[in-house]
Design a protein around this ligand. Structure first.
Ligand code: WT7
Length: 652
């Protein structure tokens, strides 16, 4: 950790907002930011209440924040609203009616544009289809789809009638569907025959079919016709989207929902146990994602905005769909891979649709850098005004590459720190307000009160690392872990229970200028390409193979992905392993969880190094994994016993 800090501290470069950007920005100076920030934390109810008033409420709230039953905070209690109404119906009066809500491009190059009016109509029709299939307020729906317009339509249709959606990333396997569907008892799955990825069909319906025998709660499956290969459709249970839509009425008033009505569940990995079902609700999430969309991306009405995330992750929920549509933005969606059919595809899309604001992840930026400057150089990229990044700490080299080659040294970059749990951007330097510093997320968003503290809750001095906490509630915060209030309290609120602070799980420090630098997770969670994976989940997947007795998974620094996955595997007595078994195990993990969780490196060992009390010496394994290029290693079983004995005193 310390070498990383030293590295970032040496980063003294600072990039003030270009004057022409600053002149038009919503927040134009550090002073203005400080003034607004001060007001937001002195009177948070006033601050958030004012933003909430810009939206439609069937009934106004009685109280902005109810902290009485902490950590089960309530926002906009007594209020009745609907996020689908706020993302659609609210824009139908006046000019936004014919404005583009979604611009979509499929990987094969097909495109589709939906104005607010058209999106509204399609959502209403699909909401009626859902009702016709018996779906009711409070019912849970799994969505397992490619990046096509029907995905946001399905989400907004659920939200419209008060059904709770849970989007499962299309890269996850059938087993991941089973686990999630079990956990939240979905009564329906919305999917597609497939999606396009790097010229191939990802067969989604096939994975659903594999999952369904183990999902007794699912009564109906709706299938979008996208890739057109043969799929099996079970009469009575499986329905084609287009067949249902054919006769569906476009008239479907939005349900008047309690501000705390559940909106969605999204699963994310923890260090122990099964993935956590993060629960987000309606009113506060609307206000938090809309406010950040407006200020962080500094969106104006004529902008075309593109976030490259998959909607299967929280970034897509908050900043492709809900936050952006809530403020009437134009959100671009692209279905496929960034390097198909060539590594310039993203830049081609930016020129084609004249994208103004572009939001992506460090792992993607590192891949672009590797593919070379010659790709972006072929495009004008003149429409771009602002760039963003999210998902993991960005290394200053990647930041500079992005600044020069994509922003052409004329676009500010917002480095946005947040989590699936926070629902909205929490730390980022507003683009017109203050200089950006490569590798630093920067300053807290309005109303957000982060701090860096020691194990016992003392705030640490500038330049010293500590644990990142958030000291007051914010509107888009998670409300609980679905069906597991106890784990919710334990994971996020027990560490600083007395103080009532939210524990993020991240290590961080603050520089003299008040900027936050996020170092990364301090628990056994690996951040692979900007997505969290629990070491424990991968270990469980590995030990379910007959080739594995025990497994220990650790992260190690990886040029492209940020962190790579290294698995130390001990083999059962009497089992012989060969080099080819590594691929067998990698495929096994892909089958259990999804390709994203495949270990980059597998190392077979006689036994895992353990302390006398039986704890696996993870720190030792982390050092070993980081220490050498193990891609070339052979299947030789490693003997850790000597090293383990040497280290034992340190670890126990
Ligand atoms: C974890 C959350 C929020 C959407 C994507 C990831 C890391 C996220 C940054 C950033 C440094 C970052 C943190 C955080 N992280 N953004 N700008 N700088 N680290 O969501 O899967 O919930 O992961 O990602 O470690 O805790 P997630």
């Amino acid at each position: 950790m310390s070498t990383q800090i030293a590295h970032v501290l040496e980063e003294t470069r600072s990039f003030p907002p270009p004057p022409e950007f600053q002149r038009r920005a919503r927040v134009q100076s550090r002073e203005q930011y400080e003034e607004m920030y001060r007001r937001s934390v002195e009177d948070p109810d006033g601050f958030w209440g004012d933003i909430a008033q810009e939206f439609h409420w069937f009934k106004r709230w009685d109280r902005v924040l109810n902290p009485d039953n902490a950590p089960f905070f309530k926002w906009f209690e007594g209020g009745l609203t609907n996020i689908s109404y706020n993302c659609l119906d609210r824009h139908l009066q006046g000019e936004r009616r014919t404005k583009r809500a979604i611009i979509w491009e499929g990987e094969p190059g097909d495109t589709r544009t939906l104005t607010y009016e058209e999106l509204h109509q399609e959502v209403c029709q699909f909401a009626n289809c859902l009702k016709q299939l018996g779906l009711k307020k409070g019912d849970r729906v799994a969505i397992y789809m490619p990046m096509i317009p029907e995905l946001p339509v399905a989400m907004l249709a659920c939200a419209r009638i008060g059904a709770v959606h849970s989007v499962i990333f299309g890269g996850f396997s059938a087993n991941a569907i089973v686990d999630r569907v079990h956990d939240f008892q979905a009564c329906m799955i919305i999917t597609a025959d497939g999606g396009w990825r790097r010229g191939h069909v990802v067969e989604l319906k096939k994975a659903v079919d594999e999952a369904l025998p183990k999902c007794p709660s699912v009564k109906n499956v709706v299938v979008v016709h996208r890739t057109a290969q043969d799929v099996t459709m079970e009469p009575g249970r499986d329905h084609w989207w287009h067949a249902l839509m054919k006769d569906a009425s476009p008239d479907c008033p939005a349900e008047e929902l309690d501000a705390e009505h559940p909106l969605y569940i999204l699963y994310t990995s923890g260090s122990t146990g099964k993935p956590k079902g993060i629960l987000h609700t309606t009113g506060g999430y609307l206000v938090g994602t809309a406010a950040t969309s407006k200020y962080v991306f500094d969106l104006r009405d004529e902008d075309v905005y593109w976030c490259t995330a998959d909607i299967g992750w929280v970034t897509g929920h908050s900043y492709i769909v809900y936050g952006i549509l809530a403020i009437g933005g134009t959100s671009l969606m692209y279905e496929g891979a960034p390097n198909h059919p060539h590594p310039g595809r993203f830049w081609e899309i930016i020129d084609k649709y004249q994208v103004n604001v572009f939001y992506t992840a460090p792992t993607a930026i590192r891949a672009f850098a590797k593919w070379g400057e010659k790709w972006p150089q072929q495009y004008s990229l003149e429409s771009l005004r602002l760039l963003g990044t999210v998902g993991e700490p960005i290394n200053p080299e990647a930041w500079i590459w992005y600044y020069k080659n994509i922003g052409r040294e004329r676009c500010p970059i917002v480095d946005t720190w947040w989590q699936t749990e926070t629902g909205m951007i929490m730390i980022t330097t507003l683009p017109g307000a203050a200089p950006a510093k490569p590798g630093s997320a920067g300053l807290p968003f309005f109303g957000v009160d982060p701090a860096i503290v020691s194990e016992d809750g003392e705030e640490v001095d500038a330049g010293h690392s500590g644990l990142l906490v958030v000291r007051r509630p914010w509107p888009a915060m998670l409300r609980t872990l679905y069906g597991d209030d106890e784990r919710f309290q334990e994971v996020y609120w027990s560490k600083y229970e007395q103080q009532g602070w939210y524990f993020t799980g991240d290590g961080a420090f603050r520089d003299q200028n008040g900027y936050f630098m996020i170092i990364g997770r301090i628990d056994d969670v690996i951040n692979v390409s900007g997505h969290r994976l629990g070491t424990m989940e991968i270990e469980s997947a590995l030990v379910s193979s007959p080739l594995v007795a025990e497994a220990a998974v650790v992260g190690y620094p990886h040029d492209m992905k940020g962190q790579g996955i290294c698995a130390f595997v001990s083999v059962p007595e009497g089992v012989d392993v060969h080099e080819s078994d590594k691929e067998v195990l990698r495929e096994h993990v892909a089958h259990e969880i999804g390709a994203i969780a495949k270990p980059d490196v597998i190392r077979f060992t006689e036994a895992l190094p353990k302390t006398r009390s039986g704890k696996i010496m993870r720190r030792l394994l982390r050092d070993i994994a980081a220490g050498k290029d193990s891609h070339q290693d052979t299947t030789t079983l490693e003997d850790f016993s000597v090293l383990a004995r040497l280290r034992e005193s340190e670890e126990s």
